[in-house]
Design a protein around this ligand. Structure first.
Ligand SMILES: Cc1ncc(COP(=O)(O)O)c(C=O)c1O
Length: 457
């Protein structure tokens, strides 16, 4: 009836934003080695670095925090958390962790190792790093459409099921400890996976006797896309779709900093009793006792309440529409983006925007730095800086050079987003003048977090 999709909440507590000048920002980013991870957050005006742990909690989550019980073992908060998790993901074992990568580290420490191969639609950076750290190989098998930013497809996160079947046959099922499917596919543009595709992946896994795990960080956004786009799903409750997604898997890893609307947390879940026992032993070594993992009782309460809010249709309608609103505006500003717009972020196609900057001069990094200098907007390179370094030390261009503008949940208003669109238009107007970068210092793993750069005209 109305054109405007409003925020289904009003603001109860505010945080100040600090305005800075282009000169100030040019000096700040230079001092940070041209790496936006090195900036002070107070020097950022609109922070779209990540949607991870950066969302606004609700009144009811803050109230739930007051119920936090900090008993070391068997806290009531653990049971509140467990019940909320199992309501959506009824796996036999739930193992709480301080965030998603801790769940990944425990899972792959238990099932990875040299000679093993882990297929995924697209591994997220921490997932890939945790697989490779054990000596195993991480293989990305997203459908062809998922690698072309300009191609429209309702489920660009889908796994290439035939390629998966071939890989398992070639490498031997005994060497595939698990197949992972990331919903939504963050590194591939926040694109969803269809129920039909997940069912087909399940069938391949069953045929080969290989378990299937979800990287379910954005399960609710993925389920909303299924409701909106998949034939026959339009009348379903999102919570019901989530339960069906879970029923197709043998377990999951998740970061509660995404769709569960918390600032910290995660978990690993599995139906495999023997694996759960080994994972709990690893959990106790570095995270904590199995009824709190790496979390305080109050965090468990915040996650439990967040899970209830995450599957609200009013919230998801607003969430997906507000991300699309940013995407529509960025595209109107003359910037090529991954189409269709994903759930949690808009992905700029930096390779297409800066065709004069070769991938090994990091066009994504050039766009990230330009957005910050122009308007104090912090995005994140998802391309050759993040994925270009191979475990053998060589460097190759990533499949795509993207810049992710991730939208924190329930945090920015429409005028903040209109401002970001104006900054994008300014950068688009300067595109031909932007130059690439070279890396002057980098760590062996996950280099994008701490590498230092210099301009490479
Ligand atoms: C798809 C995906 N998997 C795993 C992770 C890791 O989660 P965390 O940052 O909580 O360690 C992330 C975080 O961004 C993610 O997007």
């Amino acid at each position: 009836m109305f054109r405007t999709t409003i925020e289904p909440f009003r603001i109860h507590s505010v945080e100040p934003l600090r305005l800075t000048t282009p000169e100030y920002r040019a000096a700040a980013i230079r001092d940070a080695g041209y790496n936006v991870f090195g900036l002070r957050a107070a020097d950022v005006l609109i922070d779209l670095l990540t949607d991870s742990g950066t969302g606004a909690m609700s009144r009811d989550q803050w109230a739930a925090i007051q119920h936090g019980d900090e008993s070391y073992a068997g806290s009531p908060s653990w049971f509140v958390f467990l019940e909320a998790v199992k309501e959506l993901f009824p796996f036999a074992h739930v193992i709480p962790t301080h965030q998603g990568r801790a769940a990944e580290r425990i899972l792959f420490a238990a099932i990875g190792g040299p000679g093993k191969v882990v297929p995924n639609n697209t591994h997220f950076d921490t997932t890939r790093a945790n697989v490779e750290y054990t000596g195993a190989e991480a293989v990305d098998l997203v459908i062809r459409e998922g690698l072309d930013p300009a191609v429209e497809h309702p489920f660009k996160g889908n796994m290439d099921v035939e390629a998966l079947d071939r890989l398992i046959a070639d490498r031997g099922a005994e060497n595939i400890p698990a197949v992972m499917v990331t919903i939504t596919n963050n590194s591939g543009g926040g694109q969803p996976v269809s129920l039909e595709n997940l069912r087909a992946v399940r069938a391949v896994c069953d045929r080969h006797g290989v378990p299937l795990y979800l990287d379910a960080c954005r399960f609710a956004e993925n389920a909303w896309f299924i409701r909106e786009r998949e034939p026959g799903q339009g009348n379903r409750d999102v919570a019901d779709i989530v339960r069906e997604l879970a029923s197709l898997a043998d377990g999951m890893t998740i970061s509660a900093k995404k769709d569960p609307l918390a600032n910290i947390g995660g978990w690993l879940a599995t139906n495999d009793d023997e694996l759960a026992e080994r994972c709990r032993a690893l959990l106790v070594l570095t995270e904590g006792f199995p009824t709190y993992g790496g979390l305080a009782g109050r965090d468990l309460e915040a996650i439990a309440q967040g899970l209830k809010e995450a599957v609200s249709h009013d919230y998801l309608r607003y969430r997906i529409r507000s991300t699309a609103y940013l995407g529509d505006g960025v595209e109107r500003a003359g910037i090529p983006i991954v189409k269709p717009v994903g759930g949690h972020a808009v992905y700029i196609d930096a390779r297409a925007l800066l065709p004069h900057v070769p991938p090994l001069r990091y066009p994504g990094q050039a766009v990230v730095v330009a957005l910050y200098e122009a308007g104090g907007v912090r995005g994140c390179e998802i391309g050759t800086v993040m994925f270009g370094r191979r475990p053998d030390g060589t460097e190759v261009p990533a499949a795509m050079d993207l810049v992710r503008l991730a939208v924190p949940r329930r945090t920015y208003t429409q005028s903040h987003i209109d401002y970001v669109i104006e900054v994008c238009a300014l950068v688009a107007g300067r595109a031909t003048e932007l130059t690439g970068f070279r890396i002057v210092d980098e760590p062996a793993q996950l280099r994008h977090f701490t590498a230092r750069f210099e301009p490479a005209p």
